[in-house]
Design a protein. Structure first.
Length: 97
């Protein structure tokens, strides 16, 4: 019984933490991925990156791609990474193919 309560607490805590993030867009360019280390970190985790036009994001999500976010834990902000023309950075684990 206590194990179930611990599990419920853990899941609830993670859910509340996820709901507390404010979401904003962060305008970046191709060089930002390299200079910030974001691209290298994603590739080290086995994530393929792809810039997608805004009208294709929903279709790409059905293909296993997900919108990528840079998180600022101190500020409680998740930044959706977009370029000047609105293209959105998406990522997919090769296992999702």
């Amino acid at each position: 019984m206590i194990e179930w309560l611990g599990l419920a607490y853990t899941i609830g805590k993670d859910l509340v933490r996820g709901l507390m993030w404010e979401e904003q867009e962060k305008l970046v360019d191709g060089d930002w991925l390299q200079k910030s280390g974001f691209g290298e970190e994603a590739r080290a985790k086995g994530v393929d990156l792809y810039w997608s036009r805004p009208d294709r994001v929903a279709t790409r999500e059905t293909e296993g791609w997900a919108v990528m976010y840079a998180e600022d834990a101190k500020a409680g902000v998740r930044y959706k990474l977009v370029r000047y023309d609105g293209t959105t950075l998406m990522g997919r684990s090769p296992k999702a193919e």
